[in-house]
Design a protein around this ligand. Structure first.
Ligand SMILES: C[S@@+](CC[C@H](N)C(=O)[O-])C[C@H]1O[C@@H](n2cnc3c(N)ncnc32)[C@H](O)[C@@H]1O
Length: 342
């Protein structure tokens, strides 16, 4: 042990050498000397230093060895729980505050009404493993599928608007991936689609994650197509159509798969339409189990930002608060039946 920074597996050797010592003071001395190599395991190092007996110290040394060498996951994702302190980029709080849009890879943010890549990224890392299947029935510019390629997940994206599907496909195709992922893009109506039929893989056992980012009713008109959810005549018919997409997605989810709905509310005719909670109720009515309600900061479009004073005036006149948040509702599937498309 010469005190220089060891190679990755050199950490294992350092621990082995400390474990072979038979004197508690020597163990503590050595662990203190090498503590700088275990910054993520500082709590275990501290436990060793506080141990009253050699057995206790060796118990924590064993845990330190586990943390460095073995992979422990919860079976749902690829997060190594033995090194949980390495994952500071994975959010576990219900308030998501993204300062700015991530523009890495092919994420450009050209589509009006898109979401920031950080949303699908967080959901994918938390709820899927490499090579799992992810569904996005409101694909838009393909943010979810670009992220699937970056993270090594298979993906299916569906959108009603052919122009957007063509453009999204180009962006998705040119995104590099370190894994051999399969990406399927389809122009179709998600209220009446059988998503599993789009996958021609005999070992397909269902989607592990579905990310639904519907129009926030008619706030943005995405097309002139009357099957488009942004053209539904009122809140009730919007929620009825969204419910159909929830049902179609649930049908093809794995038994414990996750469905996330990303949605904001609407203010119209001097009244707040709580689209988020209505969507949440539609999903729980369909038997989905609510796991989390995440509130995400809402980055107003440039147009709105220029009108900030106007909105502030309107708010003071109208007695409402300007939306600065949207929701991510996270549900788990509740059925035990397996999905097969063959
Ligand atoms: C809020 S955008 C999704 C944006 C996407 N998350 C992104 O990052 O680009 C909603 C999308 O839903 C699509 N859409 C609306 N009604 C649909 C339907 N019935 N079936 C499939 N897609 C639909 C619209 O064309 C629009 O692209």
């Amino acid at each position: 042990m010469n005190g220089e920074k060891p190679e990755e597996h050199g950490l294992e050797q350092i621990i082995k050498e400390i474990v072979s010592l038979q004197n508690l003071d020597e163990i503590k001395e050595e662990i203190e000397r090498n503590a700088k190599f275990f910054p993520k395991e500082a709590y275990l190092v501290e436990k060793i230093l506080q141990s009253n007996g050699i057995e206790r110290a060796k118990y924590y040394l064993e845990r330190l060895m586990d943390s460095v060498t073995t992979v422990k996951t919860n079976g749902v994702n690829d997060i190594n729980l033995n090194r949980w302190m390495d994952y500071d980029y994975i959010l576990t709080d219900s308030l998501w505050n993204f300062e700015k849009r991530d523009r890495s890879g092919n994420h450009l943010g050209w589509y009006w009404g898109n979401f920031v890549p950080q949303i699908p990224r967080q959901l994918i890392l938390r709820y899927t493993k490499k090579n799992d299947w992810v569904l996005d029935p409101f694909m838009g510019s393909g943010t979810t599928l670009i992220e699937c390629k970056i993270q090594g997940r298979n993906g299916v994206g569906v959108d009603l608007n052919q122009d957007i599907v063509t453009k999204a496909k180009e962006r998705i195709d040119s995104q590099k991936s370190s894994e051999d992922v399969k990406i399927i893009v389809e122009c179709a109506d998600s209220t009446s689609s059988d998503f599993a039929k789009l996958i021609d893989e005999s070992d397909f056992t269902g989607f592990q994650l579905a990310i639904l980012h519907p129009p926030y009713h008619d706030i943005i008109k995405f097309s002139g197509n009357n099957l488009d959810l942004s053209n539904t005549p009122h809140t009730e018919s919007f929620i009825a159509s969204l419910r159909k997409v929830i049902m179609n997605s649930k049908r093809v989810l794995r038994p414990n798969g996750i469905l996330a709905i990303v949605i904001g509310d609407k203010y119209s005719a001097s009244k707040l339409e709580p689209l988020g909670f209505l969507a949440m109720n539609a999903a729980t009515d369909e038997g989905m189990i609510l796991k989390s309600i995440v509130v995400k900061n809402y980055d107003a479009t440039r147009g709105k930002r220029n009108q900030e004073n106007l909105w502030r005036y309107r708010s003071l006149v109208g007695g409402f608060y300007i939306f600065k948040h949207e929701y991510i509702f996270i549900f788990q599937n509740s059925k035990s039946k397996r999905i097969r498309n063959k």
